[in-house]
Design a protein around this ligand. Structure first.
Ligand code: CTP
Ligand code: CA
Length: 225
């Protein structure tokens, strides 16, 4: 491969990346969320853009700088993220769902700040919409790439999600790996493809890993340069 080849790998393609956590409001001053740093998603967006893709980053609240050339759409909740992603989906070639979407949200959002003497200590929750599953059901040729953070039975659970959500690839990480995942600059993952692909990547800096993953998926290369 010549040096001029890599930047055009995704030329003419529109890639939508989601990143970061979602926040689900309890009342005007409180929310339910998770520890996602957004780093892996931002790295995927930066890599897609540097490979020539028109890149849209649908991002939950994180303090990261948006990579040059990437269009960011800021969202808060899982419902906001679903709406923003659907808005881009029809014209997308690839969707990469690196966001840690909340699985549950408070059933009602209190209009005023909740007082501790009011009622009991239970907040009733309901399921959010599975964004990726929704995209899988409405797929019209887009390449769908999910992430799965698991603590055990990593391959089994990840492949289950690949099937259930009608994905083309899923990138699984073992969150118990000693190198850490949340907030870390490195990540250890295995890429599973609908086509039977199964490639493990050793602990790698997230920006470098993002590039290797996209090259492996779209470059048709067997190595991971
Ligand atoms: N995902 C999504 N919408 C949700 C939940 C998850 O789009 N409401 C996406 C994530 O962005 C990720 C993939 O689905 O790309 C897998 O997320 P994960 O939390 O690992 O799987 P779940 O299907 O939520 O299953 P569980 O949390 O029970 O393991
Ligand atoms: Ca989940």
């Amino acid at each position: 491969a010549g040096t001029g080849q890599a930047p055009s790998l995704l030329a003419g393609k529109k890639v939508v990346v989601t990143a970061g956590p979602t926040r689900e409001r309890i009342d005007p001053v409180r929310y339910v969320s998770n520890f996602s740093s957004g780093k892996m998603g931002y790295a995927m967006a930066e890599a897609a853009s540097s490979l020539g893709a028109e890149t849209v980053l649908v991002t939950g609240p994180v303090g990261l700088r948006v990579p040059d050339g990437v269009r960011a759409v800021a969202v808060e909740s899982a419902a906001d993220m679903l709406e923003a992603v659907l808005e881009e989906y029809g014209s997308a070639d690839v969707v990469i769902k690196a966001a840690a979407v909340a699985d549950y949200r408070p059933k009602t959002v209190h209009p005023g700040k909740m007082k501790k003497q009011e009622g009991d200590s239970v907040i009733e929750m309901e399921r959010t919409t599975d964004i990726l599953k929704t995209l899988g059901e409405r797929k019209e040729g887009q390449c769908l790439i999910g992430f799965a953070a698991e603590t055990d039975r990593v391959a089994e659970y990840a492949k289950g999600k690949l099937e259930r959500k009608n994905l083309d690839y899923i990138i699984a990480n073992d969150v118990t790996a000693p190198t850490g995942v949340f907030g870390s600059d490195t990540n250890v993952v295995t890429l599973f493809g609908r086509d039977g692909t199964e490639v493990s990547f050793p602990a790698t800096e997230k920006k470098e890993l993002a590039m290797k993953l996209l090259r492996r998926i779209f470059g048709g290369e067997q190595d991971d340069r």
